[in-house]
Design a protein around this ligand. Structure first.
Ligand code: FUB
Length: 459
């Protein structure tokens, strides 16, 4: 091959590589498998709690030890807060697996994380901040029933009159009315405080079960909220594989009316699905999980998001799962304040770790791995890039804009800092950048595990 042919071949290879790398937003976390999304809007930020499918599945079943949290102020860049709670937070528990679908809700300055532990019913953890540390206030499970294997997937909501509800269940739907302390409930209603919701076709649809007989469409994963005086129950429906459907009611306690499917089947969806819905900064978002990242492994799921609009009568349209996800950020990111390196719109090849003093940082950085950060507003100009890194090896960070092979603003050399725990702030001058751009931080070096990366900032 002569040199002209070599150049042409490399050009075609590169074109194919980059055209195959058109990065959408979904799934929104690439460093870990995440499932069962439960968003909470607090103080201008979305905190997204997820369950966590381990990278290694044990016994071909859900392998889930902890609950993770991610936050965003723009719906496209997500900051990883790590595992904010785990089964180890329950001293009385002798199970090591079963950290299923959580939901967190704030009240009176405290944050209550309701969690199901598979086969152990529903418990609660409390914290003073949305990202923990969470502790167990009861020393035992919260919900006492004689059907704890069916007691999964809690969803909590505080009504305008201050009455709080906790709904949950598979394949039935139950609720308790929580007391103001959010960690106990009124024992005088239902059976020892637990009310069983009537599962009629009018309320929750109908589908043919595996035995061929019709039954209620409701399956699990309820998500309970109120919007414009209408109460919504969104849930996984139609058995396995699951669709997402919903019902509405004029009060928090029903009566429920079945309203149909929201998300139907698609090839990259898992055999389970589980949804959360929020309004944030004037837009509505439907958050669910798929198996796009693991390529068809139902025990390795990932959270994805679609923006949508309610119909004028408050009904929810059918929402199609996409790779693009949320195309518009609801605000730009300010690069002149310290940005955690684990604030990511899209990444490849990376993991995050956490450290008691440092918090969460980006790890497992190999040659050509990268982080994309969306809608970064350089305003009138940025001329310098700084980053906090630690390494015994050496490498570099290329700072590019708009595309992974876009304009190179500069390269930060990362020489050894004297060890993996020896953090140093390094800086480099960059070509002046103005206005709003997507930023790509592309890591380069000859080795694996090049360095760890805690935060960055432009000046
Ligand atoms: O993640 C474990 C279980 O799978 C959840 O509790 C269900 O909602 C389903 O998503």
């Amino acid at each position: 091959m002569n040199s002209k042919q070599k150049i042409l071949t490399s050009f075609i290879a590169l074109t194919l590589f980059f055209s195959a790398h058109v990065f959408g937003q979904n799934p929104i976390v690439q460093t870990y498998y995440t499932a069962d999304p439960a968003p909470m809007v607090h103080d201008g930020t979305v905190y997204l709690y997820t369950s966590h499918d381990e990278d290694s599945t044990v016994n071909n079943f859900f392998t889930m030890y902890d609950w993770r949290c991610y936050s965003s102020t723009d719906m496209v860049n997500w900051t990883d807060h790590g595992a904010v709670a785990s089964l180890k937070d329950f001293a009385w528990l002798d199970k090591t697996n079963g950290a299923w679908a959580p939901q967190c809700i704030g009240r009176n300055g405290k944050f209550y994380l309701y969690v199901p532990i598979h086969g152990e019913g529903i418990s609660v953890l409390v914290a003073d901040s949305p990202t923990g540390p969470f502790t167990d206030p009861l020393g035992k499970r919260l919900i006492e029933t004689d059907h704890i294997w069916q007691d999964i997937d809690p969803t909590a909501f505080v009504d305008d009159d201050g009455q709080a509800y906790l709904y949950w269940g598979n394949p039935k739907l139950w609720y308790v009315t929580l007391n103001d302390d959010m960690i106990s409930y009124d024992q005088s209603i239902g059976q020892n405080g637990v009310v069983s919701v009537e599962m009629t076709t009018e309320a929750f649809g109908s589908h043919k079960g595996r035995d061929g007989k019709p039954g209620p469409s409701y399956t699990e994963g309820p998500w309970f909220y109120k919007r414009n005086n209408l109460y919504y129950m969104v849930y996984a429906a139609a058995g396995i594989p699951e669709y997402i459907a919903y019902s509405t009611a004029p009060s928090a306690e029903g009566p429920w009316t079945y309203r149909g499917f929201i998300m139907e089947r698609a090839p990259h969806l898992a055999f389970t699905n589980h949804a959360g819905i929020i309004d944030f900064k004037g837009k509505s978002y439907f958050i669910y999980h798929d198996q796009a990242l693991s390529v068809n492994q139902g025990f390795k799921r990932s959270v994805s998001i679609e923006a949508f609009e309610y119909n004028p009568d408050g009904t929810i349209p059918v929402i199609v799962p996409t790779k693009e996800g949320v195309t518009e950020s609801v605000e730009n990111l300010n690069p002149f304040k310290r940005v955690e390196a684990e604030t990511i719109a899209w990444s490849e090849g990376l993991k995050t770790k956490s450290d008691e003093t440092l918090g969460v940082y980006v790890s497992n950085i190999d040659n050509n791995d990268f982080i994309k950060i969306r809608s970064v507003d350089f305003a009138k100009g940025a001329k310098k890039f700084s980053a906090s890194v630690a390494t015994a090896k050496s490498g570099s960070i290329e700072i590019r804009i708009d595309k992974i092979d876009g304009e190179l603003l500069g390269t930060l050399a990362v020489p050894g800092t004297g060890g993996k725990q020896n953090w140093k702030t390094l800086s480099t001058k960059i070509k002046e950048a103005k206005g709003v751009h997507d930023v790509y931080l592309v890591f380069k070096g000859d080795d694996k595990g090049l360095f760890s990366f805690d935060w960055w900032q432009f000046k």
